[in-house]
Design a binder for this molecule. Structure first.
Ligand SMILES: NC(=O)c1ccc[n+]([C@@H]2O[C@H](COP(=O)([O-])OP(=O)(O)OC[C@H]3O[C@@H](n4cnc5c(N)ncnc54)[C@H](OP(=O)(O)O)[C@@H]3O)[C@@H](O)[C@H]2O)c1
Length: 292
């Protein structure tokens, strides 16, 4: 069996077109331009790349962006002042603090400063708390897990009643993905580095969300025939045939898994583009909430 590919790039592009149209309509009606503020601390190459893609997306969709690029040795107090000023600024609708922050910074205290209605990353205590509670809706859902669910829905994968396995329990991907699946009535198992008999647990999954950051870790014979696989991992693997000397692969061995799965996302071109599209949608919503 060869799985149906879930084309995250194409699905994200459709969403971006919808967001861009809504922004154009807002501006034509004389309303404020949805504006995202990004906060980047330090000089991690991957974080800088992610932030610049987010700013580029804002420009492409007709939205505004403000960037605060801060030195890696900034004090907790100085960083909090920057984030507080953005939160107080009525021209800023959404604030994204690129994670991870340097180890000397208390991340939780920084995220607490972002008002729930500007928290387009969905990581403020109120939004995450509401996501974890039955019958309560957060104002914003974290972008990568929201993208995973959107891809499943676009592929018409039945979530309700499915056995879902989430590999990874991070605050930014695994845990919110599991909460979203529970909210959609899946039966969810969350795995982590201390899980026993992982291949056997994965073999029971109708839906697998893999977010552990280990190249091609999930093997083809772990996959239940017909399962839907959402591969969040982004890992570089040496590849002498590429000019760069490497290529990106997911947490799932794609070539093996596609023979058993019913649906699978590629890496790159799966979850990655969805993360940015969801952030753009959240920023538009933030503007709609603050300036209806
Ligand atoms: N596509 C996107 O837009 C996007 C966005 C964010 C992240 N990512 C990618 O997604 C991956 C995960 O990111 P993250 O930030 O969630 O990573 P993370 O914070 O490092 O968390 C990794 C999780 O995987 C678990 N884990 C590690 N090794 C394992 C093993 N051998 N067996 C089972 N579980 C294991 C860890 O368990 P413990 O809790 O026990 O340590 C942890 O819960 C990375 O490749 C990252 O680059 C992609």
């Amino acid at each position: 069996m060869t799985a149906q590919l879930i084309d995250g790039k194409a699905i994200a592009q459709q969403l971006r077109v919808q967001v861009a149209a809504a922004v154009t309509e807002r501006l034509a009606a004389g309303k404020t331009k949805p504006t995202l503020a990004t906060v980047l601390v330090g000089d991690r190459m991957d974080s800088a790349t992610y932030v610049s893609s987010k700013q580029k997306a804002c420009a492409e969709l007709g939205m505004g962006s403000i960037s605060r690029n801060l030195p890696g040795d900034i004090s907790q107090e100085e960083l909090e002042k920057v984030v507080q000023a953005l939160d107080d600024d009525p021209a800023v609708h959404g604030i994204l603090t690129q994670l991870p922050l340097p180890s000397h910074i208390n991340e939780e205290r920084v995220l607490q400063l972002i008002s729930a209605n500007k928290d387009v990353d969905g990581f403020s205590p109120l939004n995450i708390g509401r996501l974890a509670q039955k019958g309560r809706a957060p104002l914003f859902i974290p972008c990568t897990p929201a993208g995973c669910i959107y891809l499943l829905e676009q592929a018409d994968v039945q979530i309700e009643g499915a056995n879902a396995v989430v590999l990874g329990r991070s605050n930014i991907v695994g845990m919110p993905a599991a909460l979203l699946l529970i909210g959609k009535n899946a039966t969810v198992t969350v795995c982590h580095s201390r899980t026993k008999d992982l291949p056997d647990v994965v073999r029971g999954a109708d839906i697998l969300i893999a977010a552990i950051g280990k190249a091609e870790f999930v093997r083809g014979d772990w996959i239940k025939p017909g399962a839907a696989i959402i591969d969040v991992g982004i890992n570089s693997k040496p590849d002498a045939t590429r000019k760069s000397g490497y290529r990106l692969v997911g947490d799932v061995n794609f070539e093996e898994a596609k023979e058993a799965a019913g649906f699978i996302t590629p890496v790159p071109g799966g979850v990655g583009p969805m993360t940015i599209a969801m952030l753009m949608r959240n920023t538009l919503r933030a503007a709609e909430m603050q300036d209806p």
